[in-house]
Design a protein around this ligand. Structure first.
Ligand SMILES: [Zn+2]
Ligand SMILES: [Zn+2]
Length: 155
């Protein structure tokens, strides 16, 4: 099954930043780490890992936020301050996009969840594969292959 119904459009809460996605994600993940809890002001982050070549900001300005780190920086809307995406993932090959910004996020379901050691009690992400920390580097290939086959698609 490969029908991702691309392209997808997305926007921040105030609508100033609009995004176009033209490539299928390689992973959908929930991260329960303390950093994601703080960045989202919620129990976990929900991300789609996208090929950078299929990710484009069409309108609006973003600024760096969070810890303002140089490696894999966090991009926010300058107006509504939504956390929108993280660049320079996998040496620049991927962007981690916050899936809840999609115009239609109703289908998004995490395939893996990371840092469950820090998960808040009672939180259930729905991911079928759970990791105490992050998956080890040698696990990503098989996980991506399984996601390409079984990952949730837009309806
Ligand atoms: Zn995290
Ligand atoms: Zn905004």
């Amino acid at each position: 099954m490969s029908d991702w119904r691309l392209p997808w459009s997305a926007a921040c809460m105030c609508g100033r930043v609009t995004i176009r996605i033209t490539a299928a994600p390689v992973m959908a993940m929930a991260c329960h780490c303390r950093g994601c809890q703080k960045l989202t002001s919620g129990p976990y982050s929900l991300s789609l890992m996208l090929p950078a070549s299929g990710f484009e900001v069409l309108e609006g300005e973003t600024e760096l936020g969070g810890l303002h780190r140089e490696q894999s920086p966090h991009h926010f809307c300058t107006q509504c301050k939504n956390w929108l995406y993280t660049t320079n993932i996998g040496g620049g090959e991927f962007v981690n996009f916050r899936a809840t910004m999609l115009d239609d996020a109703s289908w998004v379901s995490p395939f893996i969840e990371s840092n469950v050691a820090e998960k808040l009690p009672g939180v259930v992400s729905g991911a079928s594969r759970s990791f105490e920390g992050f998956p080890s580097p040698d696990q990503y290939g098989p996980l991506m292959a399984a996601y390409a086959e079984e990952g949730a698609r837009p309806r």
